[in-house]
Write a protein that binds this ligand. Structure first.
Ligand code: NAD
Length: 413
């Protein structure tokens, strides 16, 4: 299923539960601004987009992706997703996304910088700290944000650090951004276990400490999630990257595994572990499977074989909507991506606030506020799902869509 098909399927479910009018459903699926440009670097042309889905709650917010598969449909679906994610976290943002259809591995660093600057030249009028605020996404990073900010400030003739987040520290970036998504995923899982303990007498201490976890993907998100879950006593029995997975039913020493990956470039061959495949990892009998790599990893083809009690969606869209239905029947709890990986955008929000105020919070205060936003969002979703008797994803979408529609009505639109 494409991202677009998944989005449509889920909106149909939520519209039915919420009893949305046709007008409101149409409104929530409509994009406010679709900007396209053709960027030229060294004689080659690249399609580029910046798309604002909705800005009822505040300026657009969402990353810029460099990938050969980027298309208008994909950017539109991802911008919709950002509106939902930002609304659910209670942030003062609408949703937006950008992308360039390019394989960045085929460009030199100078060409990449030129392409990034041309992106900003093309879209400068629709970007701004109160208009639409980009951030890194697939194949873009702090360095790219640094180039883009520099170009934007040149075009506008003024400093405007809050226009981009995920920047280098030297340009007003946030020290905690790198670990934020993985750390946020851990906070959400911890809160879900606490709530399951209170309400269902599951995962209560000391059982808490015997919880077993399998993590698919050991990049930025998977690695830091595994680090915090391990530091808090959970047993991480399997971890994978694109080359395969390592497994030890007694638990992997994650701090040593991080060192092993740094030294050898791979997870395979880690001492006291057995190599397994990525498919086997997803189907392990563990308490929690945390897909943190790619979309569409759990589909109608393998949902039946999942033996975990919970799936923590750290990646964007790792479970498709057909698999959702199978997992629900099996009683598997899916903690949805728009909640589980919201740590990235929450951290971006904190960077934006710092930049706008010109008064930077210290690390302790940043982490305290971050934890509060993540835990409050998890609680809200759990309570909505219990009171409305829906799965967590439907509950999360319901809360997010209602908040956007309330803002729209308050504007008299
Ligand atoms: P990354 O590139 O740092 O890491 C991806 C990891 O997945 C790597 O370890 C890679 O080896 C592994 N991988 C790739 N193909 C795999 C496969 N077939 N099987 C198992 N592992 C595989 O990316 P990331 O930043 O960690 O992002 C991961 C996911 O989380 C993406 O879906 C991304 O959109 C989402 N996400 C990331 C952030 C963020 O702040 N980085 C925020 C929100 C959502």
């Amino acid at each position: 299923m494409t991202i677009f098909e998944n989005v449509m399927d889920r909106i149909d479910t939520v519209a039915e539960v919420l009893g949305l009018s046709d007008n409101d459903k149409e409104y929530i699926l409509k994009h406010k601004r679709v900007s396209h440009a053709t960027l030229k670097v060294n004689g080659k042309e690249y399609d580029a987009w910046r798309i604002l889905h909705n800005d009822d709650l505040g300026p657009g917010k969402g990353g810029i992706r460099y990938h050969p598969n980027v298309s208008e449909d994909e950017v539109k679906s991802l911008s919709f997703w950002m509106s939902i994610k930002n609304s659910l976290a209670g942030l003062p943002y609408g949703g937006a996304k950008g992308g360039i259809k390019v394989n960045p591995k085929e460009l030199t660093k100078d060409e990449l910088q030129e392409l990034s600057r041309k992106y900003v030249d093309a879209f400068a009028d629709v970007l701004g700290d109160n208009i639409d605020i980009p951030a890194p996404d697939v194949n873009t990073n702090a360095e790219v944000m640094g180039w883009m900010l520099d170009e934007y400030e040149k075009v506008k003739g003024a400093h405007a650090p809050a226009t981009f987040t995920g920047k280098p520290l030297e340009l007003g970036g946030l020290e905690t951004r790198n670990e934020a998504t993985g750390f946020g995923g851990w906070l959400v899982l911890r809160e879900m276990m606490n709530l399951k303990c209170i309400n269902q007498k599951m995962y209560c201490p000391p059982e808490h400490e015997h919880v077993t976890v399998a993590v698919q993907g050991f990049g930025n998100v998977g690695k830091y999630f595994a680090k915090y879950a391990y530091m808090n006593g959970l047993r991480i029995v399997a971890v994978s990257d694109s080359k395969g997975a390592v497994y030890n039913p007694d638990g992997l020493e994650i701090n040593k595994l991080i060192e092993h990956k740094q030294e050898t470039g791979a997870l395979k061959g880690f001492k006291n572990s057995k190599d397994i495949t990525n498919e086997e990892l997803l189907e392990l009998k563990v308490d929690v499977v945390a897909p943190a790599a790619l979309e569409n990893q759990i589909t109608e083809d393998n949902a039946d074989k999942i033996k975990a009690d919970m799936i923590l969606e750290l990646a964007n869209g790792p479970v498709n909507s057909k698999a959702d239905k199978i997992l629900k029947e099996k009683g598997v709890t899916v903690i949805p991506d728009i909640l589980a990986n919201a740590g990235g955008v929450v951290s971006s929000y904190q960077e934006w606030v710092n930049n706008k105020l010109g008064n930077y919070m210290d690390k302790e205060d940043v982490l305290k506020l971050f934890e509060k936003i993540m835990v409050d969002a998890a609680k809200k979703v759990y309570i909505e799902s219990s009171t409305k008797n829906t799965d967590l994803r439907t509950a999360a979408y319901m809360l997010a869509i209602q908040r956007i529609l309330k803002a729209k009505h308050a504007r008299g639109r």
